[in-house]
Structures are given as structure tokens and as C-alpha cells.
Design a protein around this ligand. Structure first.
Ligand code: HSE
Length: 433
């Protein structure tokens, strides 16, 4: 039986999971691959999280990359500095590469995709987006015949857990975050997750694949969930909606919208039922129609499942002498392909606005007057409570409007004397006008 040698960089949580799968399912995988998949070397500078044959271990990553016997290098170090250098070195030495490193691909992946294409090696990155869900494979291969109309995803488990908990318990963001940190569901520094940046990394990777060229990470509009208040979740419930952190890519008239922000969606939307730490991606293709993929988006074994799937696919390609699939990688910039990124001020949609206004005659007409000046039409409204001379929430849902107009109107409304604090805005998706 032919031997396919695998070298692993990083034996942390995911690396240990990969070793567990490769060793635990050795016979099964060998049968499925039609070759013997063998871990030949593992580089780790810290303490390994799993017991492995000490002869496999090295502290020097270059002993993996420089080993002529190694066919596939698996980068599980993370970060964008050392990992980038090692990935490029491995590819330039003609190794096939598997990585779970979403930050690296999203922020500096163009260089890696181009190097893989030049060297005609395979690059597997299924584990970089949504853990166990085979979404990269589905977009790259299963939906290759489609013009993708839109991608909407819950691609961050931490924020989905926090929003789900807030919805179920009515508790404030800070309370739920602290509890999630205590239980180990959220990082000590939660910025990457709650700020929307992790979701934006995944959107960059998925969007670039779906739309065929590389999206600049800096072109993605990113807002986190820190501003979501219990009161808005409660209003959303009354309106038959939920608030989810969505990663959205949509192509319209030759322009692409790429944005991550808390979004109000109706309870009837497929994504609304995805709770807790689960991830899900909803895609509309011109031929395929709507599809939804869901599953575990993080964790040792779900992520290892996708890493090993890439290793197996590449091993197949090696033994059947299939050429690299690098032609499917986004090796050019979106701008160079003539696709423009639509700035957030030019998107159109429906909006939820919560205005904290003094409860006295004439206030509503002042607010709606400003909205009218900017061509924003109100579809429905809720006012709750009665508090002489104090601020009460007025919630307005708009018909479809231009975001630039909405932002300009809100600037004016925020300055009205009767308005007690800046208007809270949530974009709405999946609700017919
Ligand atoms: N921190 C991520 C999440 C998991 O909460 O979904 C890794 O991508």
C-alpha cells in the first residue's frame, strides 16, 4: 500500500484532535483513501496535549517542512506571522497544505492562494469556516454551477450562544458574556468574537470562494453584538423576530455587499431556529435555489473532522495523480475582476429604529417629519409605557430605504431636544416589504 506522509505543525487543541482521528480511525481511513495515511512528524514548542510517540515530535517546524518524505503539511499553529511564513515555505517547497487558520487566509490569504496556484499544490481549508460543516466543499464544488445570489450565515458560535441566552433569559449582554466566560464558552478577551471580527474572517473566505476572487478584509463592514440590549430582543420578540449576528454577502447589479452585524430576522427564517453555539449558512444559488447547512462550528473534534477530510481529499489526489484544484482558488482581487464592493451607505433594506423620546405631544411628528424629509417611510410603530417628561421607547420599522438616508436622518433625530439618547438601529433581513 502506498504511504502518504503527513506532517503537523502545532499540537494544541485542534492538532490533538487531528491526531486522535488519524490514529483512532487509521484502518477506516486507509481503506477509504486506498493508501496508508501516516503521521511522520509533529512540530510543537509547548507541551503536547496528547500522548504521541516521542520520535514523531520536534520543536523545529522546519524539520517538518524540509522533510522530503512529507507530502502534506497541516498548519494548526494559528496567528498571522509565524504561521504565514511556514505556510508559504511549505507551499514553495511543493508540499500540499491544509490549514484551519481563518485569520491568515482572510487577512493575507491572497499570497498563499497565489503561491499554491503557482506551485500547483493543493490547499485545504475546510476547517477555517464553520468547524465541522463542509461548507467550503459545498460552495467550491457542490454549487460551482451557480451564480451565488446571497450568503447569510451564523458563523460564530460564541455570539450565537450569547444572543440565544439573552433571548431565553432576558438578561443583559454583559451578564451573559461574564457567564459564558466563566463556563469557558467565551474567551477571556472576547473582542474577536463579540466584535464580529471572527465572523468577518469567515465571511471573507466564503465570499471570496463563492464570488470567485479575493475580497479585501478591510472592505467588510463589521459591527459586533455589544450594542444589543435586552429591550431590543424583547421588541424583536413582539415583532415575531430574533436578533442574530449575521455574516452577509450579496451580489446585486455587479456590486457586492459584504457585512457582519446584528440583524433582525423573522422567526420563520431558517436561520432563526439555529441556537446556542451552533453555526449555519443559508445560501441562495440561481439554479440550486435556497440551501441551508448547519452544525457545530467549533471545538476540537468537529474541527478535526474537517481537517482530516482535507487530508483525505489531498491524499486521494496524490494517489490518483489528479492535478491540483488551485484553479478554484481566489487568486485575483475582486476589484481587478471589475466587481465593486458596495459601501454600507449604499445598501438598501428595512430598518428597526428604537428612539428614546420624551413622552409629550408633538414628539412623534418631529421624528417622523425628519424621516419623511429623507424619503424614509414608516411601516409600523410601537410605543410602550407612559412616563410624564421621561424618555420612553418608540420603535419604528421602516419600509425599504437607503442606508445613507437613514444614517443622515438619525444624525438629525439624535440632535432633537426631545430625544434622550442616540437612536438604536438594527438592519432587518428576510422580511418582505
Ligand atoms: N471563536 C469561534 C466561534 C470558533 O465562537 O465560533 C472558532 O472559529
Amino acid at each position: 500500500m502506498k504511504i502518504i506522509n503527513v506532517g503537523i505543525l502545532g499540537l494544541g487543541t485542534i492538532g490533538s484532535g487531528v491526531v486522535k482521528v488519524l490514529q483512532g480511525h487509521q484502518a477506516l481511513l486507509d481503506r477509504r483513501v486506498g493508501a496508508r495515511l501516516r503521521i511522520r512528524r509533529i512540530a510543537e514548542v509547548g507541551t503536547p496535549r496528547i500522548e504521541v510517540d516521542p520520535k514523531l515530535l520536534t520543536r523545529d517546524a522546519r524539520e517538518v517542512i524540509d522533510d522530503p518524505q512529507i507530502d502534506i503539511v497541516v498548519e494548526l499553529i494559528g496567528g498571522t506571522t509565524v504561521a504565514k511564513t511556514l505556510c508559504l515555505e511549505a507551499v514553495n517547497k511543493g508540499k500540499h497544505l491544509v490549514t484551519a487558520n481563518k485569520a491568515l487566509l482572510a487577512e493575507q490569504g491572497l499570497e498563499i492562494y497565489q503561491a499554491a496556484a503557482t506551485k500547483r499544490v493543493d490547499l485545504g481549508f475546510e476547517a477555517s469556516v464553520c468547524g465541522a460543516i463542509p461548507i467550503i466543499r459545498s460552495v467550491r464544488e457542490g454549487l460551482v454551477a451557480n451564480q451565488v445570489r446571497s450568503i447569510m450565515g451564523i458563523v460564530n458560535g460564541t455570539t450565537n450562544y450569547i444572543l440565544t441566552k439573552m433571548t431565553e433569559s432576558g438578561q443583559a449582554f454583559a451578564t451573559v458574556l461574564a457567564e459564558a466566560q466563566a463556563k469557558g464558552y467565551a474567551e477571556a478577551d472576547p473582542t474577536l468574537d463579540v466584535g464580529g471580527f471572527d465572523a468577518a474572517h469567515k465571511l471573507q473566505i466564503l465570499g471570496s470562494l463563492a464570488y470567485g476572487s479575493y475580497i479585501r478584509y478591510s472592505d467588510i463592514h463589521i459591527e459586533g453584538i455589544q450594542k444589543v440590549e435586552a429591550v431590543d430582543i424583547e421588541f424583536a420578540r413582539e415583532l415575531g423576530c430574533r436578533i442574530k449576528l449575521l455574516a452577509i454577502a450579496k451580489e446585486e447589479q455587479g456590486e457586492l455587499e459584504v457585512r457582519v452585524h446584528p440583524t433582525m430576522i423573522p422567526d420563520s427564517h431558517l436561520l432563526a431556529s439555529v441556537g446556542g453555539v451552533y453555526n449555519a449558512v443559508h445560501i441562495r444559488g440561481d439554479s440550486a435555489g435556497s440551501l441551508m447547512f448547519s452544525g457545530r462550528g467549533a471545538g476540537q473534534m468537529p474541527t478535526a473532522s474537517s481537517v482530516v477530510a482535507d487530508i483525505v481529499e489531498i491524499a486521494h489526489n496524490i494517489i490518483f495523480h489528479r492535478p491540483s484544484r488551485a484553479s478554484l482558488l481566489p487568486t485575483t482581487l475582486m476589484a481587478d475582476e471589475g466587481i465593486r464592493i458596495r459601501p454600507i451607505e449604499r445598501i438598501r433594506g428595512r430598518y428597526y429604529l428604537r428612539i428614546m423620546a420624551v413622552d409629550k405631544p408633538g414628539v412623534l411628528s418631529k421624528v417622523s417629519g425628519v424621516l419623511g424629509e429623507y424619503n424614509i417611510s414608516i411601516a409600523s410603530m410601537i410605543q410602550k409605557g407612559r412616563a410624564e417628561q421621561a424618555a420612553v421607547p418608540i420603535v419604528m420599522l421602516t419600509h425599504e430605504a437607503n442606508e445613507g438616508d437613514v444614517q443622515k436622518a438619525l444624525k438629525r433625530i439624535n440632535h432633537l431636544e426631545v430625544v434622550a439618547q442616540d437612536v438604536v438601529l438594527f438592519r432587518m433581513e428576510g422580511i418582505e416589504d
